[in-house]
Design a protein around this ligand. Structure first.
Ligand code: ARG
Length: 456
């Protein structure tokens, strides 16, 4: 069939060119935004006297019927069409005759597609944000449950200082809060309407761009028509916000994978989120966490793909820009899937607090507290640090731990040591004494939890 844009050419493109050019298999998901945008456009055309009110009513009713028919399944989307914009206009014209042909007055597919993506992604941001908030709620509950479960905190993946599992979980909650913030920031800049920029230069009709923007829930309009049709910053921004979010999920996944190994045995994933091996009967594989980690690479790829597509494009619209959608849709679909799985995985994950405690007892993670003990008795920190280090070395040599060294041995290193040192290096006390804001004490973790809950 000849194209709607047939004119200077006969529009009889080669089949292979049609297939190559067509975007309907991925942009059909924007049918709702396309139709809603067109309804606002028809209303604006009538409000400004560019078309008659009767024509506008007819167009709006026709568009409404198309929307209903697509949603009920009565109108299957024709994959032979070039894109969703052409499909809707074609059906409208088939159904309404000449009136249908009036819809595309004072607009172009260039501003139309820019409008549709912004509206579509705006909704995606809201959906992704809801999922992050759900995950935050789950995380906060887990942190509450384990706010006094002692585990080793690590630096360089070496046991460093005692912390609680609740404190560790709340670190991820803070990251996710920033992700919510980043998403909302991105939404703010995205929420400007490009419709009315037309092909690139604006239009000679006396249109009202603010009318359409307001009807469609935008904060304002794009103030330069060339920019309005060729800006895809908002896709890049959204994909970078999603990439950071995925990076957080990926780091968390990595820890869950480590923690559920036999070497750690700090957590157990529920059967519902664990897979088996086809050959090794003992295996409980953390596939969900591994896939989230894996899919993070895929989302980074989406971001890089679009950045690279855009970097050399002259103003204004170029067909290269059609490549924006698959990348940004994939990033959105992927992060939503990951968040949903993650939520269930964390909700049903249990901690092996016994093993965490055992691990905490083995790595001299109270050595800093031993040094601090001496400092509080008047020794300069560097000297105290040295004595504490020498005592750790002695423990390693003799196969013991700081808690089990006799007081007499301590006294040969410094006469500041007294029997109260054992209280100072007791792991629970080490945690409880870290009352600085943001620290690992139960009270501090409780206030972190309260902070996040208040925001939620
Ligand atoms: N399918 C196109 C896209 O996604 C719509 C815009 C087409 N505009 C044009 N001048 N060919 O970018």
């Amino acid at each position: 069939m000849a194209k709607m844009w047939a004119g200077v050419t006969d529009g009889m493109t080669a089949k292979i060119a049609d297939d190559f050019n067509s975007s309907i298999h991925f942009d059909s998901r924007m049918y709702r935004q396309d139709i809603t945008g067109s309804m606002a456009h028809a209303a604006m055309l009538a409000a400004k006297g560019i078309i008659s009110p009767e024509d506008a009513d007819c167009l709006v009713a026709g568009l409404e019927a198309i929307l209903g028919d697509i949603e009920s399944g009565a109108l299957p989307i024709d994959m032979e069409c070039e894109d969703i914009h052409m499909f809707v206009e074609q059906v409208l014209t088939q159904r309404l005759g000449d009136v249908g042909k009036k819809l595309h007055t004072a607009r172009s597919r260039n501003d139309q597609v820019a409008l549709d993506i912004r509206m579509y992604l705006r909704q995606e941001i809201d959906d992704i944000t809801d999922l992050v908030r759900k995950l935050l709620a789950v995380l906060v509950d887990k942190a509450e449950e384990y706010k006094s479960a002692i585990m080793p905190g690590y630096t360089h993946l070496q046991r460093a200082q005692p912390i609680t599992f609740g404190h560790h979980l709340m670190a991820y909650a803070m990251m996710l809060l920033r992700d919510v913030d980043r998403l909302s920031d991105c939404r703010k800049r995205m929420n400007f309407s490009p419709i009315g920029c037309c092909a690139l230069a604006g239009t000679t009709y006396d249109t009202d761009r603010y009318f359409e923007a307001e009807k469609l829930g935008f904060e304002g309009i794009c103030l330069n028509s060339l920019d309005g049709v060729s800006d895809r910053d908002f896709c890049v921004e959204l994909m970078s916000a999603i990439s950071v979010l995925m990076m957080h999920l990926s780091r968390f996944s990595e820890e869950i994978i480590l923690w559920s190994s036999w070497e750690f045995k700090f957590v157990e994933l529920s059967d519902a989120y664990t897979t088996g091996s086809s050959i090794m009967p003992q295996k409980r594989n953390p596939d969900m966490a591994e896939l989230v980690r894996g899919k993070t690479g895929r989302v980074y790829g989406d971001l890089m793909a679009l950045l690279t597509t855009l970097k050399g494009l002259p103003l204004a619209y170029n067909k290269d820009m059609q490549e924006d959608k698959e990348a940004v849709f994939d990033a959105c679909d992927t992060v939503k899937m990951c968040l949903e799985v993650f939520c269930g995985m964390i909700k049903t994950m249990s901690a092996n607090t016994q093993n965490m405690k055992l691990a905490a007892q083995k790595g001299f993670i109270n050595a800093t507290d031993l040094a601090d003990y001496l400092v509080k008795k008047g020794l300069p920190f560097r000297s105290a640090y040295k004595i504490s280090g020498q005592l750790v070395a002695l423990c390693i040599q003799t196969g013991t731990v700081l808690e089990d060294l006799p007081l007499d041995t301590y006294k040969t290193y410094s006469d500041l040591f007294d029997s109260d040192l054992f209280e100072a290096i007791d792991l629970s006390n080490c945690v409880e004494k870290r009352i600085s804001v943001g620290g690992t004490s139960v009270a501090s973790v409780e206030s972190q939890i309260a902070y996040v809950k208040a925001i939620l």
